[in-house]
Design a protein around this ligand. Structure first.
Ligand SMILES: *Cc1c(COP(=O)(O)O)cnc(C)c1O
Length: 432
């Protein structure tokens, strides 16, 4: 049996334990939702105040040049590039994940239409994040394509001669299961299919190597593992072999080759800069930069490789403790046990009917945990398996092994006491 002492020993031996000091973590909270909204880095508040009072308040319009505002998408992009196996100059931080997906998927469709006009399908996973499916569906309608949704084990067989694009989220937002990017990309390319990868649950969570995987397009999120703050700019990466073949559809002036010549005709900027559209949210960009700086500091401790070792140790420990200490409450596991298939989160399941009024009780259990300061989240199941999901993200930058112990102990107490059955834990809010 795993003990609290053992968890404390793991913390004492953890080479990354001091990174936690770079964040403000509210007392009494074990935050297992960094996969949804990352925590606040210590540097952010002062930096944002500086941008507001000095760069904006005093520098005013001069700050576009003097404070480096204009280059901030590239500056943040170069830091992100290091986390996802891209080169400097290949990534820009900009817009939202949804908008960036629209841009890269449109560009990928343009390339597919030019190279293989008879291919009319976009393939994705049925359990992909909804915004990805909605954006793809809208583009399909606009351009006369069809979105084909398959289960994970059907992907290989779905790479047929009528498919233009394979659009996948690398780490599934609900189950935490991870695709082998290199193998899937290779299979897609062997069938002349382009790949679009969503790294929302990968960037800063698991090592990613877009270059060696020979991926075609990638996008990702700034406010999850990258700790950029609510609504932080997202990012775009495009394989250099594709960047200059087409414009992206939101061809705004920030993506122009010479925006300050104010010419009436559009000439796209070279490289990934053409994926910028309009004026960027500079205050949010400054906050994102602070989040990224923690990752730059983590390089001294082994960077993403070391973070991955700790992340797997944390998720292994959580699974082990749940399986040892929360037996007999109908708790299942949706996250793969194989390390190669696991992101940085663990999803526990409950069957429909295990809770009140035919529900799974998963929502209420999560609410009871939040009331105890253990913040994870709830996601409805996919309807097919008759299960709902309790999702726990483990961010190795600031979560320790003792935190994992206490989180599972709270879960055990919530289950044993049945406090999740209280009415206040069974009421839904606008955002779950
Ligand atoms: C979080 C997430 C998004 C978020 O998109 P926004 O445009 O920031 O709302 C998109 N895709 C995936 C896979 C996500 O996990």
């Amino acid at each position: 049996m795993t003990t609290l002492d053992h968890c404390q020993e793991l913390d004492a031996k953890d080479p990354l334990r001091t990174l936690k000091d770079q964040f403000i973590l509210p007392p009494g909270v074990i935050y297992l939702d960094g996969n949804s909204l990352g925590v606040l880095p210590k540097a952010t508040a002062a930096r944002v105040a500086e941008v507001v009072t000095q760069e904006w308040g005093v520098g005013l319009i001069r700050s576009w040049n003097t404070a480096g505002w204009f280059e901030s998408p590239q500056k943040a992009g170069n830091k992100i590039a290091k986390l996802i196996g891209a080169n400097a100059g290949e990534v820009v931080a900009t817009d939202t994940t949804s908008i960036n997906l629209y841009k890269v998927l449109s560009a990928a469709l343009n390339i597919a239409a030019a190279d293989s006009p008879t291919r009319k399908l976009i393939v994705s996973e049925r359990s992909n994040f909804p915004t990805d499916l909605y954006i793809a569906e809208a583009l399909c309608q606009e351009r006369g394509y069809t979105l084909k949704l398959v289960e994970p084990d059907e992907i290989a067989a779905s790479l047929t001669a009528d498919v233009a694009i394979l659009m996948l989220t690398h780490v599934n937002y609900r189950t935490g299961s991870m695709h082998d990017m290199a193998t899937v990309t290779q299979a897609a390319h062997a069938a002349s299919i382009l790949t679009v990868w969503d790294l929302a649950h990968s960037a800063g969570a698991v090592p990613v190597d877009l270059t060696s995987a020979k991926a075609d397009f990638a996008i990702g999120c700034g406010y999850k593992y990258l700790n950029g703050g609510p609504g932080a700019p997202a990012f775009v990466w495009v394989n250099t072999k594709h960047t200059e073949r087409f414009w992206q559809p939101l061809a705004g002036w920030w993506g122009h080759a010479t925006p300050f010549e104010f010419t009436p005709d559009y000439r796209p900027a070279p490289g990934v800069n053409r994926y910028l559209c309009g004026t960027q949210p500079i205050i949010n960009m400054a906050a994102l930069d602070c989040g990224l700086d923690v990752y730059m500091a983590a390089e001294a401790f082994g960077g993403m490789a070391a973070l991955r070792i700790k992340s797997l140790a944390l998720t292994d420990l959580f699974i082990e403790l749940v399986q040892e200490r929360c037996v007999g409450f109908g708790i299942g596991l949706a996250t793969p046990l194989a390390h190669a298939q696991r992101g940085s989160q663990v999803c526990l399941t409950r069957e429909h009917g295990a809770g009140l009024e035919g529900s799974s009780g998963a929502f209420a259990i999560v609410q009871a945990l939040i009331a105890r300061g253990v913040i994870g989240d709830y996601r409805v199941g996919d309807g097919l398996a008759h299960k709902d999901i309790m999702r726990f993200g483990f961010t190795p930058l600031y979560i320790g092994f003792e935190d994992v112990w206490h989180a599972v102990e709270h879960l055990r107490q919530v289950l044993v006491s049945e406090e999740w059955k209280r009415p206040e834990f069974n009421q839904k809010h606008a955002v779950t």
